[in-house]
Ligand binder design. Structure first.
Ligand SMILES: NC(=O)c1ccc[n+]([C@@H]2O[C@H](COP(=O)([O-])OP(=O)(O)OC[C@H]3O[C@@H](n4cnc5c(N)ncnc54)[C@H](O)[C@@H]3O)[C@@H](O)[C@H]2O)c1
Length: 310
């Protein structure tokens, strides 16, 4: 059951229905939930026409998705409840109170919060051993990652159940620590922070930054995260670059001590073997071949799609 039928909750409900689950959505009142259902069915029809959802998806969502009169009605017999209401602590506190009071005592409860620590939200949940974070990405139907954030108090069996459910919906689950911003948002916001700084300093425009990022390291990211990228570039190369960057921008761009230590030990990434991701230097050609194929395929896909509408 999904509490909060807005942008994220709506997409999550579509995914659950298409994976064969019963699903209800609840919101501030019945009218809002009913309006959300109408929107989600219409959206699914458009997705079908674009070949993004299989034929019959919209009819299935229309037939199976329940717009509940209230939160209490939605969760009364639920075994899985996702909280997806606005990112506001007071709203979440009220909603978790209502869910806890109305749902079965052993129903699994997750939060889709973007940045509120899960341990803070756990204070509002009765029986927090059945509570954890399950942070979907936007747009929910099309982005694979769900960050799964169990607390120490969360039962392992509960976390496993949530992961199994998400896998059955076709998502890629990754367990992450309960730190502010988890993994994805902490990194996204670090990049945005530095981007804003460049704009505010007059070093670049937003358009220029977007163009460079999507054509440079952003182009690599679907295949290689920051650590695989560093291993392939060479950790010694990174340490060298940090020297110039810290000379210009100060301490915040100093080479991390643990990186320098690796390089001093002769661990340079792919070229020496090892690195952060355990790359095998004997597979250098194989890795380069994969990389080249991946980048060529991505370039072709971008050409087929054309430039994004402005
Ligand atoms: N939009 C994103 O890109 C994104 C991505 C990942 C996670 N999130 C997180 O997901 C959650 C929802 O975000 P969203 O973008 O879907 O927001 P949204 O504004 O589209 O939807 C929030 C919904 O919660 C409902 N709501 C508000 N108060 C309520 C209450 N007291 N009882 C019941 N329903 C109530 C609203 O009516 C609305 O339909 C937030 O925690 C957000 O941080 C958002």
């Amino acid at each position: 059951m999904i509490v909060g039928s807005g942008y994220m909750g709506g997409g999550m409900a579509q995914c659950l229905i298409l994976a064969g689950y019963d699903c209800a959505i609840a919101d501030i009142n019945e009218e809002t939930a009913v309006a959300a259902k109408i929107r989600l069915v219409g959206e699914a029809r458009a997705y079908e026409q674009d070949g993004l959802f299989p034929p019959g998806s919209a009819d299935l969502i229309e037939e199976r998705l329940v717009a509940a009169p209230s939160i209490e009605d939605a969760v009364r017999d639920a075994d899985y409840i996702a909280e997806v209401v606005s990112e506001n602590l007071a709203v979440k506190e009220e909603v978790f109170g209502r869910i806890s009071a109305a749902a079965p005592a052993d129903a699994v409860i997750t939060s889709n919060t973007s940045a509120i620590p899960i341990n803070v939200l756990a204070e509002f949940v009765v029986n927090p051993e059945r509570f954890l974070g399950a942070h979907w990405m936007n747009p929910a139907p099309f982005v694979p990652c769900v960050e799964v954030i169990p607390l120490e108090v969360t039962l392992e069996s509960v976390t496993t159940r949530v992961e199994e459910l998400l896998l059955s919906v076709g998502k890629v689950t990754t367990r992450v620590s309960d730190v502010a911003g988890f993994v994805a948002n902490r990194l996204q916001f670090a990049l945005f922070q530095e981007s804003m700084r460049m704009v505010d300093d007059g070093a670049a425009t937003p358009e220029l930054i977007d163009e460079v990022v999507s054509n440079s390291f952003g182009f690599r990211l679907p295949f290689f995260g920051p650590f695989a990228g560093a291993d392939m570039a060479g950790l010694d190369v990174y340490v060298g670059a940090y020297k110039s960057l810290s000379a210009a921008y100060g301490e915040r761009y100093a080479a991390p001590a643990s990186l320098v230590e690796r390089v001093n030990q002769g661990n340079l990434g792919l070229k020496s073997g090892g690195g952060f991701t355990g790359m095998d230097s004997a597979k250098r050609d194989e890795i380069a071949q994969y990389r080249n194929k991946a980048y060529a395929a991505l370039a072709k896909l971008r050409e087929e799609l054309g430039p994004r509408p402005r």
